[in-house]
Design a protein around this ligand. Structure first.
Ligand code: CA
Length: 426
């Protein structure tokens, strides 16, 4: 399959300058929605420090062999483009790669045209790229589930009996999924202090990030049908970094018996560039051995986990940054194919633009834990920041930044970042 995707060829080089450490070499070509002073919102593809404007590229006739209309690119969201499905989007990425290849003169030699289609990222605004339909959040990292089980139950029975049989998940809220750069206000809500008989109301005191990755779907099958683990790749468009904000004190009081509600639905932040599942094919690796054996509908063949380095930094109000976690997407017990197969096994349908998130991704070392709840172990082990202040959770004025890169011996591709400033409660 890897060989069929021309745009993944590690030998390709672009005539558009790409700095050595860039997240966006020609082998990546992630999709997003951007605008500039002169251009309204439209579909773009990142290359080095630039964006190639697909609306203008279409207008100039460079995408004529493909099934896309002008409105598919002259659009505030990627959904219309995604509606064409996996193989059309793959052909589109291949065509963009072909036009950016240094061996191809077509666009490279036409300065009038490339001035029209290339915009520097420094003058562009990046927006929420997808009109998100439904949002589902899983709980698929074993170390994270174990850590939370240890803290709130007991280390000998940290994982609940269903955990190794079911990719546990719940339906989240899509209206409050926001793009990187959009600040959030500290949420307010009910909390029940252990030493008080009644709940109190006020700003959350234990605001936390969750280091996650999300994936977006193409249109699925009709209601009543299921997507198998073998078919799942064809229904996944691409991935982003995802910070699933959590109010731990609100969560603790509200989550029994139906699970998280207001503790989770006030905001989730995503990175603006969607790295296609196609671009991630060279970074596939085997997953952990799953024992006990999973039920047949969750079995899968081949490598379906991905080696993607992840990090979380907290930038304090004076501008200094501290990296508080270094994890990896390979720390998933359940892979995306299993999540999608499980989600649809009862006949639940998925639609173009649905978001499925991984759940907090924690590795087995303390340095790889994916939330402050785990890093500070419920607030019992504060961490020290560059200015000498300490953190158990996130303070007002802090900016939480997540980054991700996939690297093999040939090429590094990246996700850019998701960065969110926390403002005081309204
Ligand atoms: Ca979550």
């Amino acid at each position: 399959m890897v060989n069929m995707i021309n745009a993944n060829d590690p030998k390709l080089k672009s005539w558009v300058e790409v700095p050595n450490n860039s997240d966006f070499p020609i082998q990546n070509l992630p999709f997003g929605i951007f605008s500039t002073e002169k251009k309204n919102k439209r579909v773009g593809v990142a290359i080095g420090e630039n964006i190639i404007d697909l609306a203008s590229l279409k207008e100039l006739g460079y995408l004529n062999e493909l099934p896309f209309s002008a409105e598919d690119f002259n659009n505030s969201y990627l959904n219309a483009m995604m509606q064409h499905g996996k193989f059309a989007v793959r052909a589109l990425r291949d065509q963009v790669s072909f036009l950016l290849d240094q061996k191809n003169d077509e666009l490279q030699s036409n300065k009038n045209h490339y001035d029209l289609v290339l915009d520097n990222q420094s003058i562009a605004n990046l927006h929420l790229p997808i009109e998100i339909g439904d949002y589902t959040d899983f709980y698929s990292s074993e170390q994270h589930a174990y850590n939370v089980g240890c803290m709130f139950r007991d280390p000998d029975n940290a994982l609940l009996p269903n955990w190794k049989h079911i990719p546990v998940g719940y339906h989240g809220r899509s209206s409050s999924v926001i793009a990187s750069g959009v600040p959030i206000h500290r949420p307010k809500g009910q909390q029940k202090p252990d030493d008080q008989p009644n709940p109190v109301f006020g700003p959350c005191k234990l605001l936390d990030f969750e280091l996650e990755m999300g994936f977006f779907t193409f249109d699925g099958k009709p209601l009543g049908d299921s997507i198998t683990t073998a078919e799942a790749d064809d229904y996944i468009f691409g991935m982003c970094l995802f910070n699933d904000w959590s109010a731990r004190d609100i969560q603790k009081w509200e989550y029994v018996p139906l699970g998280p509600f207001l503790a989770k639905n006030f905001a989730s932040s995503m990175s603006p560039w969607i790295v296609t599942l196609d671009a991630l094919q060279p970074y596939k690796i085997p997953g952990p051995k799953q024992y006990p054996d999973v039920l047949p509908y969750l079995e899968y063949k081949g490598d379906k986990h991905y080696d993607i380095d992840l990090e979380v930094a907290i930038k304090i109000p004076n501008g200094e940054e501290k990296i508080v976690s270094k994890s990896n997407f390979k720390n998933m017990y359940w892979n995306m194919n299993q999540q999608l197969a499980h989600h649809t096994i009862n006949g639940c349908d998925i639609r173009c633009g649905d978001l499925l998130a991984s759940g907090t991704i924690s590795g087995d070392q303390k340095e790889a834990y994916g939330s402050m709840l785990e890093i500070s172990w419920k607030g019992t082990q504060p961490i020290t920041m560059p200015d000498g202040s300490t953190r158990k959770f996130i303070n007002d004025g802090d900016t939480v930044i997540m980054r991700g890169t996939a690297q093999n011996k040939d090429i590094k591709i990246g996700f850019g970042e998701v960065s969110t400033l926390v403002l005081p409660a309204k």
